[in-house]
Design a protein around this ligand. Structure first.
Ligand code: GBH
Length: 484
């Protein structure tokens, strides 16, 4: 009957991994204690409080620097297999460079790693989640290719300090987000708004940084440490606004300019051809002598290609895509990533909008995006490293988040069983409410609420925490009807 099938329960593969995530700047606090150096988010929030909702910052955040034992308890009680967190570069290297190591910072991460291991929890460690040490920004930050070498030195130090405890390394979190919001529209640190140039320069440097760090692991650590090294990529998914060929091409460009920009060099080799061609053509129309998209030498293409043991994959939401009317007129005068990309976004009025204005509940887009990655990147092993929903900080009865999780996990199961996408784990963003970048503390992604007005930063699990706990305990999802 319809009723019976609508209650249909489906299970995840044996050994499927479950976890939840945070990042250093968003939860740690302790921004200037115990020897930590200043990073671009410290500087950006303190210098331009008007760019952050309510002028807030991550000075204290969820105070995880002092409360990490509670965080580990929350992961443990969730029944998760792993905790995804990030290392603060400037906590380990106050100046960004390896000549001066801050032992208190190293000890903090060693304590966290050992506590996780003692509880049978796997650390999934992001080496860099957007918090560049300020002295390296003074050299131009990610717009300067030399930063790729500083990053590789830092990553290499992390392998040697922490590698005996780590199976899953993540080099960089969402380079497109930092390169677009940090170097393109300027709403994130370091606040540069040069999307037609700096965004691509940042992408170029971050790809070199990732590749050098991957090669370093291969050359010096893989034999003894046996871990896996990947990168975390994200994109909005785009459905074509109509089924015209033009709209299909526009929707594909929407994904190519984010997931493709980083995934193609790593999994296939060099930038996506559509990006190479389009930025070259528009640059020529605008009177540039060469493309605004930096090129890779043949040696660099080879250096970057194949630098993955798995794909870390974040999915949040979907838009409709169509091309910009009269783009050929606009592109004569407007130098921007958006005009190069040539996509206008819109949404369906039936999609539920979250407390974060950009985030709608479109679970079938998750399946679409996973299939896009499978097809374009040669069917890689995939770890879903983020997926989550925003609501008001006070919402403990978070039914919308539960609906979001149910719909997305059901589509994940379809991707696994119907489409044979090789997904081996799922990470919820986030373990707890935290500093949501330019939106400050106005919305929460947590399974656990944090009271940010309480000096103790008291943590309280929301209903979704218990909902996910049940799913993890059974390794199965109910109300997910499909037949394979
Ligand atoms: C992830 O980015 C991040 O990895 C994580 O740190 C973050 O907390 C989480 O998502 C939730 O946002 O305000 O309209 O200008 C996801 C990609 C890029 C989506 C920035 C939101 C801002 C849109 N994010 N974007 S807007």
């Amino acid at each position: 009957t319809v009723e019976a099938s609508s209650k249909c329960t489906k299970c995840f593969p044996d050994g499927f991994l479950w976890g939840a995530a945070t990042s250093a700047y968003q939860v740690e606090g302790a921004w200037n204690t115990s020897g930590k150096g200043e990073n671009i988010w410290d500087w950006f929030t303190h210098t331009y409080p008007e760019k952050i909702a309510n002028g807030s910052n991550g000075d204290v955040a969820a105070d995880s620097y002092h409360k990490y034992e509670e965080d580990v308890d929350l992961i443990k009680n969730l029944g998760a297999n792993f905790y995804r967190f990030s290392l603060s570069w400037s906590r380990i290297l106050p100046n960004g460079t390896v000549d001066q190591i801050n032992q208190d910072g190293v000890d903090y991460y060693l304590a966290l790693l050992k506590l996780l291991k003692a509880n049978n929890l796997e650390p999934v460690v992001t080496i860099y989640h957007w918090d560049l040490p300020l002295p390296l920004q003074e050299l131009g930050g990610w717009a300067n290719t030399a930063i790729s070498d500083y990053y590789a030195d830092y990553a290499t130090l992390c392998y040697s300090l922490f590698g005996e405890y780590v199976t899953y390394w993540i080099t960089l979190n969402e380079p497109i987000t930092q390169c677009y919001y940090g170097y393109g529209d300027g709403t994130h640190a370091p606040g540069i708004a040069e999307s037609g140039t700096a965004t691509y320069q940042c992408a170029h440097t971050q790809l070199l940084a990732h590749a050098k760090a991957y090669r370093s692991y291969n050359d010096s650590f893989r034999d003894t440490q046996n871990g896996k090294v990947g990168i975390v990529l994200v994109s909005l998914y785009y459905e074509p606004l109509t089924d015209s060929e033009e709209d299909k091409a526009a929707a594909d460009r929407g994904v190519q300019w984010a997931l493709g920009l980083f995934g193609h060099p790593i999994f296939v080799g060099n930038w996506p051809q559509v990006v190479i061609d389009r930025v070259a053509n528009v640059s020529a129309v605008q009177g540039f002598n060469e493309s605004r998209l930096p090129s890779f030498t043949d040696e660099e293409v080879a250096l970057i290609n194949g630098t993955q043991d798995y794909l870390g994959f974040n999915y949040y939401t979907t838009y409709y895509g169509t091309s910009i009317p009269n783009v050929d007129v606009i592109e004569q005068t407007t130098i921007s990533y958006g005009v190069d990309r040539d996509v206008i976004s819109s949404v369906n009025s039936n999609w539920t909008q979250s407390a974060a204005s950009w985030l709608y509940d479109v679970p079938e887009g998750f399946r679409g995006m996973l299939n896009w990655a499978k097809q374009q990147f040669g069917n890689p092993d995939i770890l879903v490293t983020e997926n989550g929903w925003a609501d008001d900080l006070s919402t403990l009865n978070d039914t919308e988040r539960i609906t979001y999780i149910q719909g997305h996990l059901c589509n994940l199961l379809k991707a696994i069983y119907l489409d044979e996408v090789k997904v081996f784990g799922y990470t919820h963003w986030s373990l707890m409410d935290n500093f949501e970048w330019a939106n400050g503390y106005t919305e929460g992604f947590g399974l656990v609420a944090v009271n940010f007005t309480d000096p103790d930063r008291t943590r309280t699990p929301k209903n979704s925490y218990y909902y996910l706990q049940d799913i993890i305990a059974s390794n199965c999802l109910s109300n997910c009807p499909f037949s394979s």
